[in-house]
Design a protein. Structure first.
Length: 451
């Protein structure tokens, strides 16, 4: 959309944050007199400056429409996240704007959301994040910290925010919200990962200098903010052992909102699926070796691996070495909604997390998605998962044991009724940690209340 001449005459940074007028258009469904809101019709605004894209969507309404005030009307929230607009971040944004809050989101530019998000202004930064060596990580984190800090300064000068949420990685990104702290704004750190435990798992030494450094940064960040959000009870307990007050920590699992799923179309041949970032910790090699054990009994068995990551070349070589080209297929993880449609065709979902010192703390999002869509799951028996899913809801095996994994897969493929009963019980277990149950805790952690 072309900018108006008045906007073009402004200085670039002023033009970026200039107040935008809304160009209304007549909704196709409002030809006849009506007072209904057309949720599908939105006024969309794009501004581009220096490679930064800004997207704002607002719902189309009839001028004389009367609506009840949403509970968070008048609240304005800033979210800073060195992530693409992934399903979990999008879930949080949609819930808050659905409650009436106005949002500004500074994140990495990535794929567009599944549907426009009315009420949210997305500042997509054209920075690239790749899994690589330590120096590359530090350079990426430092660059995003500087740019996000600049946006935080400019936005907090224009708006008085009720709360600023900062998502890790890294933990020190929370200090990009320093301008908001000067304006006495509440700061919340959303800890998707515990960095010291990740480093311990990688370097295999608890007293390594990098472990001490990341622990110190985590301790400083968690004490500086007003509240902390993490994704599982084991993570909350681990933070408590490092001095964080557990009363200042809220657990918010990465579950997606409940949806009305149509019946799944199962394939004629057994199809296994695992998806997500492909790194050693997620044990995809264990799943591949399990398929090697089963190919004689199940000649049509197929394992589909959706995702990309640093371990992908090694896994492809492993498939060649084991002669499994007909039984293992790698597909890139593109748009989330497209991937979910592929996942829903699976006979079984595989969650082969390794117990490497950090895997024990993981409650994988993929397991929650399998439970949500009624897909029977075969899963590593790690503490974080066992705390939420009882033994009669998923088929457990010892982490790293491809032989036990193969036995569980064989058992469920031979007994489809038992597999469906597992899926039903997993769905029941998921309801206890569903987004519908956790969403009020999210609002409370942000320190928000009805206007």
């Amino acid at each position: 959309m072309q900018q108006s001449s008045a906007q073009m005459n402004l200085q670039p940074w002023r033009r970026l944050f200039a107040k935008r007028s809304i160009r209304k258009r007549r909704c196709p469904c409002a030809v006849a007199p009506s007072k209904r809101v057309c949720a599908s019709s939105t006024a969309t605004h794009w501004l581009v400056f220096g490679g930064f894209s800004v997207r704002q969507n607002r719902p189309w309404r009839m001028p004389d429409q009367e609506l009840s005030a949403p509970p968070l009307k008048g609240k304005r929230i800033l979210i800073i996240s060195q992530r693409h607009l992934n399903p979990v971040l999008e879930r949080n944004i949609r819930y808050l704007v659905g409650q009436g809050a106005a949002l500004d989101v500074v994140c990495l530019r990535g794929t567009s959301p599944r549907h426009p998000i009315p009420g949210a202004r997305i500042y997509g930064l054209p920075l690239v994040h790749r899994r690589s060596h330590l120096v590359r990580y530090l350079a990426e984190y430092g660059l995003f910290f500087v740019v996000a800090g600049a946006f935080s300064l400019l936005l907090t000068r224009r708006h008085q925010y009720s709360v600023v949420e900062v998502d890790n990685l890294p933990d020190f990104l929370v200090f990009s919200a320093l301008p908001a702290r000067f304006r006495k704004c509440r700061i919340v750190l959303f800890m998707y990962e515990l960095i010291p435990d990740m480093v311990i798992a990688r370097v295999a030494r608890a007293n390594h200098p990098l472990v001490r450094l990341t622990s110190a940064v985590e301790r400083l960040a968690t004490h500086w903010v007003d509240h902390v959000i993490t994704v599982s009870e084991p993570c909350r307990r681990r933070l408590a052992t490092r001095g964080t007050d557990p009363n200042r920590v809220t657990v918010l699992p990465n579950a997606q909102p409940g949806i009305n799923c149509s019946p799944r179309d199962l394939p004629e041949s057994p199809l296994l699926v695992t998806h997500g970032t492909i790194v050693e910790r997620y044990g995809v090699d264990v799943a591949i070796r399990a398929v090697s054990c089963l190919r004689q009994k199940w000649p049509d068995l197929m394992l589909e691996v959706l995702g990309e990551g640093e371990q992908l070349p090694a896994l492809k070589q492993l498939v060649c070495d084991l002669g499994l080209a007909r039984h293992v297929r790698f597909e890139p993880f593109t748009a989330w909604q497209v991937a979910i449609q592929r996942i829903r065709r699976a006979t079984l979902g595989i969650v082969p997390v390794l117990a490497d010192g950090y895997g024990e703390l993981l409650l994988p999002t993929k397991l929650l998605e399998y439970a949500l869509h009624g897909i029977p799951a075969v899963c590593s028996n790690v503490p974080a998962i066992a705390e939420y899913f009882p033994p009669d809801s998923v088929a457990y095996f010892t982490p790293g044991s491809h032989l036990e994994l193969a036995q569980q897969i064989d058992r469920l493929l031979a007994n489809p009724e038992e597999a469906q009963e597992l899926a039903r019980r997993a769905s029941e277990a998921l309801r206890r940690i569903s987004w519908e149950q956790a969403a009020p805790d999210y609002v409370s952690a942000l320190g928000l209340s009805a206007a």
